[in-house]
Design a binder for this molecule. Structure first.
Ligand SMILES: [Zn+2]
Length: 369
């Protein structure tokens, strides 16, 4: 659509992508160059006057692809790599993923906002400064819009989010904003891991959620010293989560969010329905790293030998799961401890051999090794 209301076969200008900007960011820059009204830009780019209100994933199929003549990539590529939908696609059922990539299904279909924290436009003041020096303007960066991203990994500081929901094509230098409240070093640390996990999910291109669940089951079962997820005590897993810096942060900053309801961790591990929320997976993996159970990198690399990685994380007594420590303290030997924990005596002996705190806790054992 031209400024006079005539439909366009192609856009008069189509600048290339700048850095790792989102599709919405590109549209804002385009809008600024053309000096059109918000409505006319929406019509020109997507064929709908209200396109500017869909900030997370303006639907690029059909019209957008036609008017940009494919110069910006295929529609499937744009959705996967330039919108936060990429995170949801990575965890979607194969059938949904294929249908969205083929343009047969609206990307909004996989956005599970109801099970998370509302996706708002976010930027980092450090990045804005850098980009203004580089390009004379700021962009909306993809990594900052991903579900689970609260910290800028380049600058290690909390992101700033747009609070108002006006229907505009505007870059990060405009509007009412607030810095996301991050109060302590431990919160920054854990939320940085969540941001890393969010990027891992987004960049994966596609994850087998069932496989992730199996890995998570094995991480948590090992941590509590039980044979499998069925033997976990959900109350205990939940109260440990409730006491963690990550959970405390969620409750303080997003008190109304239902992203992490009671027992959510055991539900993710046991439920018949697969958990496909990228926000929950990013936070779950960040929680694993917070507890020194598994690093995000190891978790997403799919290394099946998680227990050996996990052992190296048990640095001192505070890091050894208390159930294991208690079982060792009140047993007379590896066989008894193994029975209480639900693992083989060999495994217990391996733990004691490697871990100084466990070696201390078992110094009363009659046959130690
Ligand atoms: Zn930054």
């Amino acid at each position: 659509m031209s400024a006079t209301g005539m439909p366009l076969a192609e856009l008069p200008i189509a600048p290339s992508w700048t850095g790792d900007e989102t599709l919405y960011s590109w549209c804002c820059r385009w809008h600024r160059l053309t000096l059109y009204s918000t409505r006319v830009s929406g019509l020109a780019l997507f064929g709908v006057p209200s396109a500017a209100k869909v900030r997370i994933a303006p639907n690029p199929f059909g019209h957008f692809s036609t008017v940009t003549k494919g110069l910006l990539g295929s529609p499937a590529d744009i959705v996967r790599r330039r919108t936060a939908v990429g995170s949801f696609l990575a965890m979607a059922r194969n059938t949904d993923r294929h249908r969205i990539e083929a343009g047969a299904l609206n990307p909004a279909h996989v956005l599970s906002e109801k099970t998370g924290i509302a996706l708002r436009l976010r930027y980092c003041s450090g990045c804005v400064k850098r980009h203004q020096n580089l390009w004379g303007m700021a962009i909306w960066r993809v990594p900052h819009q991903l579900p689970g991203a609260v910290i800028c990994l380049d600058h290690g500081r909390p992101l700033i989010e747009l609070v108002e929901q006006r229907q505009l094509w505007s870059l990060p230098d405009n509007g009412t904003v607030r810095e996301i409240d991050v109060a302590s070093r431990s919160e920054i640390r854990s939320l940085s891991v969540a941001a890393e996990a969010a990027v891992c999910i987004f960049e994966s291109g596609g994850l087998e959620v069932e496989e992730l669940r199996e890995r998570a089951q094995s991480v948590v079962s090992e941590a509590y010293g039980v044979l499998d997820a069925k033997r976990l005590d959900p109350e205990r897993v939940d109260s440990d989560w409730q006491g963690s810096p990550l959970s405390q942060w969620c409750k303080r900053v997003f008190p109304d969010s239902n992203a992490f309801p009671p027992m959510w961790i055991t539900n993710v591990l046991r439920s018949r329905r697969s958990e496909r929320s990228p926000l929950r997976w990013a936070f779950l993996v960040a929680y694993f790293e917070e507890r020194s159970w598994s690093s995000a990198k190891v978790f997403f690399s799919g290394d099946r030998d998680l227990s050996s990685h996990q052992l190296s994380f048990w640095g001192d007594a505070a890091d050894v799961p208390s159930l294991i420590l208690h079982a060792c303290t009140r047993s007379a030997n590896a066989n008894q401890a193994a029975k209480i924990i639900g693992v083989t005596p060999g495994t217990v002996r391996d733990w004691v051999r490697i871990n100084a705190a466990l070696a201390g806790a078992t110094s009363h054992w009659t046959v130690r090794r």
